[in-house]
Design a binder for this molecule. Structure first.
Ligand SMILES: [Fe+2]
Length: 364
């Protein structure tokens, strides 16, 4: 099955349609969620004005924390908000999505871990991405860090899809180059894992392969400060398209590991995926050769050169190396165990256990 109930606006300038969207859903009590970095951009005041009367909260942190989401959920119920607007990267969008669900469901976000564990539909959520990687604007999942448990949880629900995704490439014009690279590679990882995973279907494949082509063809230029603006627009388009793909076909082992590491050590999601991508795919290569072959064909890469070309692509981006993550071997056992417990590990074609994740970590 493939579904995408979110209404998607995907052209530069689509932010100017926010007022008519809010009017069409009859919004009266609006909470606008963001983070300090976005709030300090030179365009934020303009977008804020387009959102009409609202309460503003900029407290979302990278790898959004359950305690903050719970606080915002309680605020949403107390204030009877009828719409949530999230403006930011994956952390802001995931937090805002969680709050839109907690607005109608009492309890801690931790108690809703899993699929469809809540009773009442979320209130309408407008997702406005400001990076080019998350895909959260078109998925049903919110990934939240639980520091007390040193892990991340996924909360998913049919009634948690954003009502609208407002994907406006104008909002990434001032994004630092390193964030374009790492979030673009998060999108690339979403697309690759959507293709090689067990739940893939023909529609998700079509979207994911398209996103892979767009990213391979435009991400390096998008990271060039003097590159064409069209490259950034194509990368942002690819991010949302990849989101539609993995939102239906799931992610896999790369994300199982990166979410474990991010949950325990609070390291950046996109960068972890970037650095893990080639080694994790290579480890599974005998189980994913058929779908990876289709990826090679779309990219016009000889199938036996795929991993070398992929790694060369990764290394052409302005990103730090794995050693800079400084992940101590003392953490490896816990990280491997948490990776096996990740809700997406069952989507891998290869039956990956903690021992496999441990071997990958030791080989990094
Ligand atoms: Fe991701």
């Amino acid at each position: 099955m493939f579904r995408i109930p979110t209404r998607v606006l995907i052209t530069p300038g689509s932010r100017f349609r926010i007022p008519e969207i809010l009017e069409s859903i009859g919004a009266k009590r609006c909470l606008l969620l963001t983070d300090v970095g976005v709030r300090n951009t030179n365009w934020f005041a303009e977008v804020q004005q387009l959102c009409g009367p609202h309460d503003l909260d900029d407290s979302v942190q990278p790898n959004p924390k359950s305690r903050n989401v719970d606080r915002l959920g309680a605020q949403a119920r107390a204030e009877s908000y009828d719409v949530i607007i999230g403006i930011g990267g994956g952390s802001v969008l995931d937090a805002a999505k969680a709050v839109s669900m907690l607005a109608t469901n009492e309890g801690s976000i931790v108690s809703f871990e899993g699929k469809n564990r809540f009773q009442n539909p979320a209130i309408p959520f407008l997702a406005i991405p400001t990076t080019c990687g998350t895909g959260s604007e078109v998925t049903w999942v919110s990934v939240i860090s639980v520091p007390e448990q040193s892990r991340k949880i996924s909360v998913k629900g049919d009634a948690m899809f954003p009502a609208y995704a407002i994907v406006d490439a104008d909002l990434i014009r001032s994004l630092p180059i390193s964030l374009i690279a790492s979030t673009g590679m998060d999108a690339f990882t979403h697309a690759i894992e959507a293709v090689v995973g067990k739940p893939a279907n023909p529609v998700s494949d079509a979207l994911a392969l398209n996103a892979i082509s767009l990213l391979m063809g435009n991400l390096v230029a998008a990271c060039d400060p003097h590159g064409p603006i069209e490259a950034k627009e194509q990368v942002m388009l690819a991010s949302t398209v990849a989101g539609m793909a993995f939102g239906n076909a799931d992610v896999g082992a790369v994300h199982c590991l990166s979410e474990s590491i991010g949950g325990l050590l609070d390291l950046p999601h996109g960068l972890l995926n970037t650095l893990l991508l080639t080694p994790v795919l290579r480890y599974q290569q005998h189980h994913i050769s058929e779908p990876l072959g289709r990826v090679s064909d779309v990219l016009n890469i000889p199938r036996d050169a795929f991993f070398d070309r992929l790694q060369a692509f990764v290394e052409s981006l302005p990103l730090p190396p794995w050693s800079s993550m400084d992940i101590k071997p003392a953490y490896f056992d816990e990280l491997a165990s948490n990776s096996e417990s990740n809700g997406s590990t069952g989507s891998n074609r290869m039956d990956l256990r903690a021992a496999d994740y441990l071997t990958i970590l030791k080989g990094m």
